[in-house]
Design a protein around this ligand. Structure first.
Ligand SMILES: NC(=O)c1ccc[n+]([C@@H]2O[C@H](COP(=O)([O-])OP(=O)(O)OC[C@H]3O[C@@H](n4cnc5c(N)ncnc54)[C@H](O)[C@@H]3O)[C@@H](O)[C@H]2O)c1
Length: 357
């Protein structure tokens, strides 16, 4: 099969859909891989790295799109790319079509087969191609939180781990799923006092065991969150109710009672945020003040670490790319219900009707 990997052209996107390791695997299996020149630069891979792995480097996006049978990307095509869509092309990338009727229509009109990373789903209902980005956002949340707690950054001026004879910083993680667990790991690693809040008692049991008693766990309620937030230095919001807007679990009243210079990182901002007062920010201006607290609400946190993000993403996608290339699209979808769950659009028809709302 001919697999194409174009450079990402969405604003500030530095990830790439395949690493030289992926190219090497596919070429060894007899496939051709076309990489657009410069596509890997933002993630630390040069054209020569790809060439050494067996890729063919082509100069322009149009050459990649036109030659490819399977096109592997990171972000959804933007309007400038709609003209490349065609019926005998399979697109494998993040799509988020429910939020993008124009792209949905373009894919239907072109008859393209579109498989969305974010809806590939394992039998235990987990989302293997979304999880790596939640892991990164979770770990990053404590790193950026610690940085914004520094005095020169306008924060409280507290070291999360403290030193002997001083209090540890208090970190409250609301939502103990993938992102929340990784946030808690980082906070525990820095020596902070960590409390994880979740609605699911079975989930809290797992966390209690996983952390061997090094975190406190609490069942989510308004009162509990209010008490914990009042005493927190850093609050991480990482709740998810699949398919719904995030609930506003931290209210402005609660934020007003926090100590000046406390930090709140709302990872769930891509679902509307779980703090009152959250609005999406960017890496160039990531924070703003609410009362005397600092809000960090970057909607695309993994974009800050494109090298790690590209590796984490492609580690997870490669086995599916290999299946699509080796078996062909029909057989790969028939053989693996997890991959088939990602099939969004085919032959001018919307297959995943959740897209239509
Ligand atoms: N900002 C970013 O760059 C970025 C990157 C990756 C993921 N995310 C977002 O992070 C959020 C979390 O993702 P995830 O993969 O960790 O989800 P997840 O499903 O693994 O975890 C969500 C957790 O929230 C809990 N929860 C639900 N309602 C709650 C409530 N009322 N109180 C307390 N806990 C509650 C659930 O029980 C679950 O354990 C999502 O909104 C996701 O889109 C954002």
């Amino acid at each position: 099969m001919i697999i194409g990997v174009p450079a990402e052209i969405k604003d500030s996107e530095r990830r790439v859909g395949m690493t030289p390791t992926g190219v090497d695997e596919l070429v060894a299996r007899g496939h051709r891989v076309l990489i657009q020149s410069g596509a890997g630069a933002g993630s630390g891979f040069s054209d020569d790295d790809y060439r050494a792995a067996g890729a063919e480097i082509v100069a322009t996006a149009v050459e990649v799109w036109n030659a490819a049978e399977l096109l592997v990307k990171v972000k959804e095509p933007i309007a400038a790319e709609y003209g490349y869509l065609r019926a005998d092309l399979t697109l494998f990338t993040y799509l988020h079509l429910a939020a993008d009727p124009a792209l949905t229509q373009a894919l239907v009109d072109a008859g393209t087969t579109a498989i969305a990373y974010e809806t590939v789903q394992l039998p235990d209902r987990s989302l293997p191609l979304l999880a790596p980005m939640s892991e990164i956002a979770g770990r990053l949340s404590v790193q950026v939180g610690a940085e914004h707690l520094l005095g020169p950054a306008g924060g409280r001026g507290i070291l999360l781990g403290g030193v002997p004879g001083t209090p540890r910083g208090r970190v409250v993680v609301i939502g103990g799923g993938v992102a929340g667990t990784h946030a808690a790991q980082m906070a525990v690693g820095l020596g902070a006092h960590v409390t994880i809040v979740d609605v699911s008692i079975p989930r809290l049991r797992v966390l209690d065991e996983q952390f061997g008693g090094r975190v406190d766990t609490r069942v989510s309620s308004r009162r509990t969150i209010s008490d914990l937030v009042a005493d927190a230095d850093l609050v991480v919001g990482s709740v998810l109710i699949p398919g719904a807007a995030a609930p506003k679990l931290v209210t402005l009243d609660m934020v007003e009672r926090m100590r000046p210079g406390s930090v709140l990182v709302d990872i769930a901002v891509d679902q509307g945020g779980c703090f009152e007062g959250t609005h999406a920010t960017t890496h160039s201006a990531p924070t703003y003040r609410v009362h005397d607290a600092i809000y960090y609400a970057v909607a695309n946190m993994p974009g800050a670490v494109p090298l790690t993000s590209t590796l984490a993403l492609t580690n997870a996608t490669l086995r599916y790319t290999i299946a699509l290339a080796d078996l062909g699209v029909d057989e790969a979808l028939a053989a693996d219900p997890s991959l088939a769950a990602g099939l969004s659009i085919r032959g001018g028809e919307v297959i995943d009707t959740r897209i239509l709302g």
